[in-house]
Design a protein around this ligand. Sequence first.
Ligand SMILES: Cc1cc2nc3c(=O)[nH]c(=O)nc-3n(C[C@H](O)[C@H](O)[C@H](O)COP(=O)(O)O)c2cc1C
Length: 734
Amino acid sequence: MTISIWRYSHLALAVSSFVFIVLASLTGVILAFEPISNQVQPYRVKDFDEVSLAETIQHLKANYIEILNVDVDANGFVSAVVITESGDAETFYIDPRTGHKIGDIIEKAPLFQWTTNFHRSLFLKSTGRIFIGVTSFLLFLIAVSGTVLIVKRQRSFKRFFSKIVNENFSQYYHVVLGRLSLIPIVVITLTGVYLSLYRFDLLPKETLTHNVDFDAISETPKRELHNQPIFRDTKLSDVRSVEFPFSEFVEDCYTLQLQDREVLVNQYTGEILSESKYPFIALASRLSINLHTGQGSIIWALILAVACLNILFFVYSGFVMTFKRRKGKLKNKFKKDNAKFVILIGSENGSTLQYANMLHAQLLKLGESSFIAELNAFSTYKQCEHLVVITATYGQGEAPENANKFNSIFKTISSDHAYSFSVVGFGSLAYKDFCKYAFDVDTLLQSDPNAVQLLAPFTIHNKSFEAYTQWINLWSKKVGLQIKLDGDDVLQEKKRKRTFIVLEKTVASDNPDDTFTMVLKSKFGAPRFKSGDLLAIQPEAKSAERLYSVGKVNQTVFLSVKRQELGLCSNFLNNLKPNDVIKARLIKNKEFRISKRTKHVLMIANGTGIAPFVGMIHQSATNQNMQLYWGGRQPVSFDIYKPFIENSLNTGKLKKLEIAYSQNESTKVYVQHVLERDAEQVALVLKQKGVILICGSIAMQKDVLKVLETICDRYLEYPLSVYKSNGQLKLDCY
Ligand SMILES: Cc1cc2nc3c(=O)[nH]c(=O)nc-3n(C[C@H](O)[C@H](O)[C@H](O)COP(=O)(O)O)c2cc1C
């Protein structure tokens, strides 16, 4: 699959350096705890920022025979090197307000020592340091290329932090955590590069110089330390270290290292003999060390630790995404001009390509000549009788990466014979322009006088295998083939199944719409699931899993199924009897759940879409205002749901039930019409921070969304999209 130069760079950089990145990040996480463990020590005294240098030195002079040095570290711990009465030189932390010893100097723990050495050089001395420096730079480039990829994905810099739809765990968190840890990672990498350059003396050299006129130094006028302005007015928080005069000769002076400069001070008069600002390189090195190590700030150290953990996650999720994309390779047995079937794909992350490959494989299996290619590789196909375009949509209804040139190429190529075409759109209803690019391609193909539309564009939400199978059935009938997909085991991970016992069941033939309900109970233990989750059932070994939205009623699973005449799974389920046992697995569908704290809940369904709502109503809290709008064909259609719903109405759990019958003798009413009628109450639900849920057919969803959009325009402050991104509109349609 073609990938953009940015994605290629991002991947190539990651592949070439991931071993070092993993090692540096793992050790980075450990090292982030060193400044934290230091900072929690009790050596920073209260009011540290208020204490003056004069005060501390005076106390020290009163307590010890001689003082050689005073240091203040990034944590605000003050230490002194003193000569004690016994004549020994000792170094310890002091209380700067009294000059007394408050603790021994913290020794670097062996774990941190070992990890620091490994982190800096991998125990490979200078060679290792070079590796680590280069890795830091590569990681910086990975962060830059990643930023460009996010901007491209979001289609503008302004939308960099806009909401992202969670369609896939690795992809979603790669982007979300990437955005959050971008700044810390850039800081870690740039400071890492800087420190490496500094260590190898590759930065311009600037040294600190002092010009002292030793002939002019005088012992008078003598001043007490607390009267010398430099000591009196300098706070300890501005000091890094003080070197005391070596002897009593007037030429020996105090050397004060302050945050931004070094000052030499006459020990008798307090006169400033020389003052020199630190060169930029030295200041930048100090800042780099603090930023790179987290010294002096628990919060920053924690941010660094989290950023390092995120880097490890990026390595993992990046590889998962790459392997997924690489699964979708294109292999052809026939040349483009010898194939009867041509399948063109528009895919950015490879899933559409896997679906297209299934069709390609089946055609080859049936002995047909099939050719598969990316939309960008569009060309002439001399023997093509049936063209199939299977494409995803990206951005705001735009083409995916490997299809972005198709429109212009198509206009330059003209076919010389008649052919049929069908377009399948893969997309997500979470986006405003659902499958828009598929419709654009369909319109474009219609402009070719030789092209005949075999089927109207077919849209597939959330990579639904079920929907894809439906399209395969329709299309294969049209082209006179019998295609049966091998199942979606290509696409899904192996998951543990549960054993369920059929507790209750109606039969499809008793219902005018060939629909039935089932209540299942887990044979072993109570499964953890919520109404709105999905039950995946595989009717036969090697067959595809079918997904059903379910409701939770007293620990049982409630579902409703419409029997399809040739449907493998719906017939399999319909033939089950109470006490039969089936294997199935429950899948979380977090985006279609409601919280007990949501006061107003408006549920809209047609047909079997009522199933999750039966459970939601059953589990609702007493103060929840649950309203249900349901669309069915005729009054008897509702009979199978009556026992569940009427009971809820009687107990007051369901506050309102509105039913629309589309095939009632006198009137044809659809659920969207009833919503239109109750527009003001519908608007009130959103206004009062309630949630609207829709479950059922895609066609119903489309019509309902149109009505909701108009309601928002008419009665509310914001368009429907705002409520959707707030989580006030939840969809589960198929
Ligand atoms: C950044 C981004 C933007 C998307 N934009 C749309 C869109 O505008 N309309 C739509 O129907 N689907 C949109 N989708 C959903 C994809 O089309 C859908 O997930 C598709 O199955 C991905 O196929 P692929 O893995 O082959 O690239 C978008 C997905 C992403 C990640």
